[in-house]
Design a protein around this ligand. Structure first.
Ligand code: ADQ
Length: 489
C-alpha cells in the first residue's frame, strides 16, 4: 500500500471482478444481538483475497455481481486494518440476462480459451446479455468515477472483457489508467474462429491502457490474434499496440501466492494437528503416504486424466497398491451448467470404478472431498502430502502448484506439474508431467517418489525461490509500476 500511495497519491483504486470478494452472512435479528461473530465471510481464492487486503490498506471501491444479501453498497472493513472500501453490488434481476451472460462466459469463452471446443454450448442472444451485463458494470463504474477521483482502475478476467468499451467514452479529460488482467490462457488463434464476436472482444480489451497476461506465450498469442483480426486498424511495436491514437501496453505478469502465509499456516502451532484431524475424519491414516490434488471440479483440471495416470501407476508399479493414496479436494463448480453436470457425474463414476478395481482390505486408492477446505487446514495438508498432482489440460497459471511449494520449506514433497499449466513456464525445474501421456506420467511419478530426500528437497529449494520471488505482492507491484510509468511517459 505504501508503494501505491507513492505512485498514485490520494487517488483511490477501483476494482471490478465478476465475483464478490466477500460474502454477507444473513442472521436472524435475535442472533445478531447476541453474537459478535463477523457477518462477512471470505471465500477461498488467492487473487481476490489479495486485492481485498490491498483495498483494506488503501481504501477504494469494488464493483462485482451481487451474490449474497446485505447492504448495497457494503462497507468492507476489518478491526485491525487502517482503511475500508465500498463494495458496489450489481443485481441481475432478470434471470434470462443472468443465464445468457453466464453461458456466454462459461459455456463459450471458457472452453474455447482452454482449447476445448467440444464443450462449447451456444444459445442465440447470449452475446447481447453478456454485453448488457458488461455495460451495467461500465455504468456503475462511470458514476463512481464522476464522484471521486480514482487513481487506478483494475478490471479482471474473461467475464468482463467489454466493460472498458462502455467506460472509455465516459471518462473525464484526465482519466485514471485502465488496467486489465486476463487470468486464463489465450489460446492458439484458430480456436477463436468459433467465436463470431472475437474482434469485438479484442477491441474491448484494447480499450485499456495496460493488458496483462500470465505468461509470454499467452501475451504473444493475444498480439497475434489482434493482428489477425484487426489488420490495418492497429500497429504493433514489441509490447505496445497503437490503436485509435492510443498506446496499449501488453505485458506478462505471472500471478503468485502469499508464500509467507502458506508457510506459516503449514508450520504454525495449529497446522499439523488440524491436518491430522482432517485426515482421520475422512478415514485416512496420517502415517500412510498420499498425493494431494486441490481444484474446482472443472474439466480443464483433468480429473479423468489423473485417474488414468493413477491406474497406470498401480498397474506398472504394484508396490504402490495398498500404500499410496490420492486425496482429491474438489468442490463442484458451475453446477447449473450442463457440460459441468455431465462431467462431474462422469468423474464420480470413474472414481467409483477405480476404487472398486484397486480396493484391498479396507484400503481404497482415492478419497474425494467435494468441499472447500480452509487454508489453515489446507496448508498443513499440503505439507504432509508426499506430492501434489496437478493434471490440468490447460490452465492460466494454477495457484495450487505455488501454494504447495510454499509449504515445502526444508521438506521433500514433490510437485507433479502439468506442462500445460501456465505455472510450468516459471517453475522450469519442477517435475513436469503430460496428462495426455499416462504411461510417461506414471513412470515420472514413480521415479520421483523413489528419489532420496536430499534430491527432492534440493529441488524444492530452487522452486521455492521462484514462488517467493514472484509472489502476489510482486505481481501487484509490477502492474502498479508499469501503469505509473505509462502515465508518465
Ligand atoms: P482457478 O481455475 O480457480 O483460477 P487456481 O489458480 O488453482 O485455479 O486457484 C484456485 C484457488 O482456489 C487456490 O487459491 C486454491 O487454494 C483455492 N481452492 C481450490 N479448491 C479449493 C478447495 N477445495 N478448498 C479451498 N480452496 C480451494 C483462475 C485460473 C488459474 C489462475 C487463477 C489466478 O483458471 O489458471 O491461476 O485464476 O489467476
Amino acid at each position: 500500500s505504501s508503494l501505491y500511495r507513492r505512485l498514485f497519491g490520494e487517488g483511490e483504486i477501483l476494482v471490478a471482478t465478476h465475483r464478490e470478494p466477500v460474502v454477507w452472512v444473513e442472521r436472524p435479528p435475535e442472533e445478531t444481538r447476541k453474537s459478535a461473530a463477523p457477518r462477512l465471510r471470505y471465500p477461498a481464492g488467492g487473487v481476490s483475497q489479495s486485492l481485498h487486503r490491498l483495498l483494506l490498506q488503501t481504501g477504494g471501491d469494488w464493483v462485482a455481481l451481487r451474490s449474497s444479501p446485505g447492504p448495497n453498497p457494503l462497507t468492507v472493513s476489518l478491526p485491525d486494518q487502517p482503511a475500508s472500501y465500498e463494495l458496489h453490488r450489481i443485481l441481475l434481476s432478470d434471470p434470462n440476462i443472468s443465464a445468457g451472460y453466464q453461458r456466454f462466459a462459461n459455456d463459450l469463452l471458457w472452453p474455447l480459451f482452454h482449447e476445448e471446443p467440444g464443450r462449447v454450448l451456444t444459445h442465440p442472444g447470449d452475446f447481447e446479455h453478456y454485453q448488457h451485463v458488461n455495460a451495467l458494470f461500465a455504468d456503475r463504474m462511470a458514476t463512481l468515477l464522476e464522484k471521486r477521483h480514482n487513481g487506478f482502475v483494475f478490471i479482471h478476467d474473461y467475464q468482463l472483457a467489454l466493460v472498458a468499451r462502455g467506460l472509455r467514452p465516459r471518462l473525464s479529460k484526465n482519466p485514471p489508467p485502465l488496467a486489465f488482467f486476463w487470468h486464463i490462457p489465450w489460446p492458439r488463434h484458430s480456436f477463436l474462429t468459433e467465436i463470431p464476436e472475437r474482434a469485438d472482444i479484442v477491441r474491448g480489451l484494447l480499450e485499456h491502457d495496460l493488458l496483462g497476461f500470465q505468461t509470454p506465450l499467452y501475451r504473444d498469442r493475444f498480439l497475434e490474434s489482434a493482428s489477425e483480426l484487426l489488420g490495418d486498424e492497429i500497429r504493433i511495436r514489441r509490447q505496445t499496440v497503437l490503436w485509435q491514437g492510443r498506446k496499449i501496453h501488453v505485458g506478462d505478469y505471472p500471478i503468485g501466492v502469499d508464500p509467507d502465509r502458506f508457510e506459516s499456516l503449514a508450520q504454525g502451532p495449529e497446522g499439523p494437528g488440524l491436518a491430522r484431524k482432517f485426515l482421520r475424519q475422512v478415514g485416512m491414516d496420517p502415517e500412510i503416504p498420499f498425493l494431494i490434488s486441490v481444484d474446482r471440479m472443472d474439466y480443464t483440471k483433468g480429473f479423468l486424466k489423473r485417474l488414468e495416470i493413477l491406474e497406470t501407476l498401480f498397474r506398472r508399479y504394484p508396490e504402490h497398491v495398498g500404500s499410496l493414496r490420492l486425496l482429491q479436494i474438489a468442490p463442484p463448480t458451475r453446477t447449473t451448467h450442463p457440460p459441468y453436470q455431465s462431467y462431474q457425474t462422469r468423474v464420480r463414476q470413474a472414481v467409483r470404478e477405480t476404487n472398486a478395481r484397486w480396493a484391498r482390505d479396507g484400503w481404497e486408492p482415492i478419497v474425494t472431498i467435494e468441499e472447500t477446505v480452509e487454508h489453515r487446514t489446507l496448508a498443513p495438508l499440503y505439507r504432509l502430502a508426499a506430492g501434489a498432482l496437478v493434471t490440468s489440460t490447460n490452465d492460466g497459471m494454477n495457484l495450487v502448484a505455488k501454494e504447495y511449494l510454499a509449504t515445502q520449506k526444508d521438506a521433500g514433497g514433490t510437485l507433479f506439474l502439468s506442462r500445460y499449466a501456465g505455472a510450468a513456464h516459471g517453475l522450469r525445474d519442477a517435475v513436469l508431467i503430460d496428462p495426455y501421456d499416462p504411461e510417461g506420467s506414471a513412470r515420472i511419478i514413480h521415479t520421483a517418489l523413489e528419489e532420496p530426500l536430499a534430491i527432492r528437497s534440493g529441488r524444492n529449494r530452487i522452486l521455492r525461490e521462484e514462488v517467493l520471488r514472484h509472489n502476489i505482492y510482486e505481481w501487484m507491484e509490477s502492474i502498479l509500476n508499469e501503469v505509473h510509468d505509462l502515465k508518465n511517459r
